[in-house]
Each structure stands twice: as C-alpha cells, then as structure tokens.
Design a protein around this ligand. Structure first.
Ligand SMILES: Nc1ncnc2c1ncn2[C@@H]1O[C@H](COP(=O)(O)OP(=O)(O)OP(=O)(O)O)[C@@H](O)[C@H]1O
Length: 244
C-alpha cells in the first residue's frame, strides 16, 4: 500500500494549468525527488500535498486517508510535515526552543500537557538536535547559526514530531557545496522512519539521495522511475538540454 497517492490532480490559476492531471505514488521508506524545468509545477504539487493550496480537481490519499481538502494542521497531525511549516527559524529564540516550539505546535498544548513529561520532551528535543549535529549549539540563538545550520535546524524541527512523510522544497538553496554534501549525509538515515518528497534544483544532490524521481514538464508527468531509469530517458535529457 502506497503511503502517498496523488491521482489526476490539476491546479488552475486563471488561464494557466499549473498542474494538469498529475499522478504520483510514494511508498513508505523511500525518498522521491520531483525535478523539471522552471515553472513545470514542482512547488505547486508540493503545496497541494502539504495543503497550502487546494487542488482544483483530483484527489490525494495519505496513509489510507483522503487528505485532498484537509487543512494543513490536520495533515500534520496525520504525519505529514513540511520544512516551512512554522514559517521559519525564530532567530531571537535559542536553537533548543525552536525545536521545542515545533514539537508543541505539532501536538497542540492540550495533548502535550496530558501525554508527555518535561523530561521526555527534553529528550526528544535533544535527539532531534543530535540528528542534525546541532546538540552543542542548543543554547545559542538560532540567529547565530550559519545559513546551512539554520536549514538543518528547520529540517530538525520538521522531523521532531516524527512524521511519516517529510516534504522539502529546495532545502539546499544558498548552501555551499560542503553544506550540500553534509545535508545529504544527514537526510539519508531518516529513511528508516520517514519517507521524503523533495524538490531540488541541484540534480546531482537529488540523484544521490533519492530512490525514485518524477519529472514534471508543463504541469504534466513526463516520466517516473528509478534514478537510473530517469537518467536513461531521452525525453528527460531533451527537456533539460532544451530549457535549463
Ligand atoms: N499563486 C499563483 N498564481 C498564479 N500562478 C502561479 C501561482 N503559483 C505558481 N504559478 C504558476 O504556475 C506554474 C508552476 O509554478 P511552480 O512554482 O509550481 O513551478 P516550479 O516547477 O516549482 O518552478 P521553479 O523551478 O521555478 O521553482 C508557473 O507558470 C507559475 O508562474
């Protein structure tokens, strides 16, 4: 059973069909990359899955539940997480408090008070920070982190509530090559617990970490398959030489 099943999704903005009958299946425990030229619909599709924009037609099933029209906070409770879920890192708060807030907002304060002790919560915050090599920065202000570290903090925040699926929109934007390499290293182990749908312009990065790729072109799926299958697809090579 697929973890995520997007069926015949369209998104219309006035005269423009940003998404034109998209089908996408993501299995649990896999990393799935969305690639394609500028304006092909990658971010619009991610927003439809996250609930930031509702599709015009079509359906989205997540973990056996129809989430097509579900508000984003309810999708989060069902195990769907987006890097920019809380807006962004709060620079005036400590690194620790940013993750604590992410956990609290994901659960709702009522559930938090009922179900978790402070020690348990503290352990979860520190575990999330350790995963992204930020434990020794816990007491620093988030604004003191480098750009790359802030991106890792946002991913740590998105993962802290233990989602089943994480959505990342261009997580390595503005990072140095070394920070990109480390980001790949940090994301790989999360696969044990969490699937990933990622939009990324750095093709080498996305090919290295993903199991499967879906190529969008003008709001349609041009191809979907393993990295090797997509790399060998002449139509994919054609759109990249044509437009990027
Ligand atoms: N809110 C909106 N209102 C009107 N048109 C939009 C809106 N959002 C996106 N579009 C249009 O929909 C199309 C798909 O945009 P989208 O941002 O999804 O593409 P993308 O593949 O993510 O592009 P990029 O790689 O440049 O980020 C584009 O033509 C874009 O201009």
């Amino acid at each position: 059973m697929a973890l995520l099943r997007v069926s015949a999704v369209t998104k219309v903005y006035g005269p423009l069909k940003a998404l034109d009958g998209i089908d996408l299946t993501v299995e649990a425990g896999t990393f799935h990359g969305l690639i394609g030229p500028n304006g092909s619909g990658k971010s619009t599709l991610l927003k439809a899955i996250a609930g930031a924009h509702l599709p015009t037609t079509g359906s989205i099933l997540f973990d056996d539940t129809d989430i097509t029209a579900m508000p984003p906070y309810q999708r989060a409770r069902n195990g769907l997480s987006l890097k920019f879920q809380i807006t962004a890192v709060l620079t005036e708060l400590s690194v620790y408090d940013n993750v604590l807030l992410a956990l609290q907002s994901a659960e709702g304060y009522g559930a938090l008070l009922r179900s978790r002790s402070r020690q348990r919560l503290d352990a979860e915050v520190m575990q999330a920070l350790e995963r992204f090599r930020l434990a020794d920065r816990a007491d620093d202000l988030a604004g003191e982190l480098s750009h790359g570290e802030q991106q890792w903090l946002e991913i740590a925040m998105a993962l802290a509530p233990r989602p089943k699926l994480l959505l990342l929109d261009e997580p390595t934007g503005g990072m140095s090559p070394e920070e990109r390499r480390v980001t790949g290293e940090l994301l790989t182990p999360i696969k044990q617990d969490c699937a990933l749908v990622i939009v990324e312009h750095d093709l080498d990065f996305i090919k290295n970490i993903c199991d499967r790729l879906t190529v969008l072109d003008q709001g349609r799926v041009l191809g979907t398959g393993t990295v090797a299958e997509i790399e060998g697809d002449a139509r994919v090579q054609e759109i990249y030489t044509r437009r990027v």
